[in-house]
Design a protein around this ligand. Structure first.
Ligand SMILES: Nc1ncnc2c1ncn2[C@@H]1O[C@H](COP(=O)(O)OP(=O)(O)OP(=O)(O)O)[C@@H](O)[C@H]1O
Ligand SMILES: [Mg+2]
Length: 387
């Protein structure tokens, strides 16, 4: 039987009373393994924990009262100042929600750049008003290093595979054309299977080399004013035969949109990957492609009635070699690099990609391009990449 103990109740009440709670929260705050700091509405530091001192080198007495931009100065992989264009702290305060900024760079006291995984959330006062925000971050140096090693290894392997593959393709084509002599149907069938697989391997190698080129920063964008409508129409014509072959309806809903600034070849590749996926992962129904203006953005959308992606797997979309369980069950072949390339290309163009999907119902991939000369350029992926 639960008998009430008034003394225990009072002790509990005292424990949860403000000073006691604040004291305990302070202890938790300072002993957290993650870097954590709180800013007021003007982004001035009001709390700075021990892990922040350890990761970034500044002691709390050195930074209290400073604007965090002055000394942390988050930048993205391309060196763009995030604090100016898309501060996650400000965004969390403005939108009243947690914002995941993903991996960005922070300056340490010794002026090194350190990769950190960042998320920010608004802090509310007793009346529910936003009075500041909290940033939680962890050191991502090791993750970045492993990532770089993976990329380097993949690129070395890809480079080494390229030459033998070219030779194999050449001889296979000659055999299929029966240049050295006639071959029978059974041999032809075998050669075709061989050709299919060599083509797959060659496209994997190309994708790996593309990714390496983009990630290493060696990619030079050839920017021009692009008419997305003509690119989308070209792609629809290109994919029509494939859709018809699969018995899918390929619909399009285009409105005239202003030109964007972009690299034609890369933008084409990014949009083509999305349409190709929509057709690949849809067995019946339709794929709809639309293009429209929304406020100061241009939105390209691909909606399908395909296998979809389970909600808990959406966050992995864009990771190299990621393949959703729905794709694996449906036994569609693929290497899981297309979206990673698309994402990198879109990032380079300051375009955002949002995905909504439901297994068995379908998916919508939405690409939001900033309008040319628009002051409110689309922000880099990170938190909003997958929703
Ligand atoms: N429209 C879609 N419908 C359902 N799943 C999708 C769709 N687009 C992408 N996916 C899922 O995301 C994964 C990654 O896509 P991505 O294009 O990167 O790789 P892939 O299609 O497997 O191979 P490839 O590198 O040859 O394109 C896919 O394997 C699939 O699980
Ligand atoms: Mg693909």
């Amino acid at each position: 039987m639960n008998r009430k103990d008034p003394q225990k109740d009072r002790r509990d009440q005292e424990k949860n009373s403000s000073p006691e709670l604040e004291y305990r929260m302070g202890k938790i705050f300072s002993s957290l393994g993650h870097g954590m700091y709180v800013v007021d509405k003007d982004r001035r530091i009001i709390m700075w924990n021990k892990a922040s001192e350890y990761i970034l080198g500044w002691q709390s007495e050195e930074v209290l009262g400073l604007d965090c931009e002055e000394f942390i100065g988050h930048v993205d992989d391309s060196g763009n100042n995030i604090c100016e264009s898309s501060c996650p702290l400000k965004k969390s305060m403005n939108e009243g929600r947690t914002v995941f900024a993903g991996t960005v760079w922070a300056k340490t006291k010794s002026r090194e750049k350190k990769p950190v995984n960042v998320s920010c959330a608004p802090v509310l006062d007793d009346s529910g008003e936003v009075y500041g925000a909290v940033e939680v971050f962890s050191d991502a140096t090791l993750e970045k290093m492993i990532d770089r090693m993976k990329t380097q290894m993949c690129s070395v392997v890809a480079h080494e595979l390229r030459t033998p593959l070219t030779v194999m393709k050449l001889y296979l084509d000659m055999l299929i054309d029966q240049d050295p002599g006639e071959i029978n149907d059974e041999q032809m069938e075998m050669l075709r299977i061989l050709q299919d697989n060599v083509d797959r391997l060659a496209s994997l190698v190309d994708d790996l080399l593309d990714l390496e080129r983009i990630e290493s920063g060696r990619l030079v964008l050839h920017l021009e004013e692009l008419d997305l409508q003509s690119i989308a129409s070209e792609l629809i014509e290109e994919f029509k035969p494939l859709a018809i072959e699969k018995g899918l309806t390929l619909k399009s809903k285009m409105s005239h949109v202003p030109e964007i600034s972009g690299d034609r070849k890369l933008i084409r590749q990014a949009l083509s990957n999305l349409i190709s996926n929509a057709i690949k992962y849809t067995n019946k129904g339709s794929v709809e492609i639309s293009l429209k203006t929304e406020g100061e953005s241009i939105v390209f959308e691909v909606t399908d009635t395909g296998v979809g992606i389970p909600p808990d797997e959406l966050k992995h979309l864009g990771e190299r070699f990621f393949r959703a369980s729905t794709a694996q069950v449906s036994e569609k072949k693929g290497s899981g690099l297309g979206i990673a390339i698309t994402r990198e290309i879109l990032d380079k163009h300051k375009a955002e990609m949002k995905v909504s999907s439901a297994p068995g119902i379908g998916s919508t991939f939405r690409v939001i391009f900033p309008m040319l000369n628009s002051r409110t350029t689309a922000q880099k992926g990170g938190d909003d990449f997958v929703q």
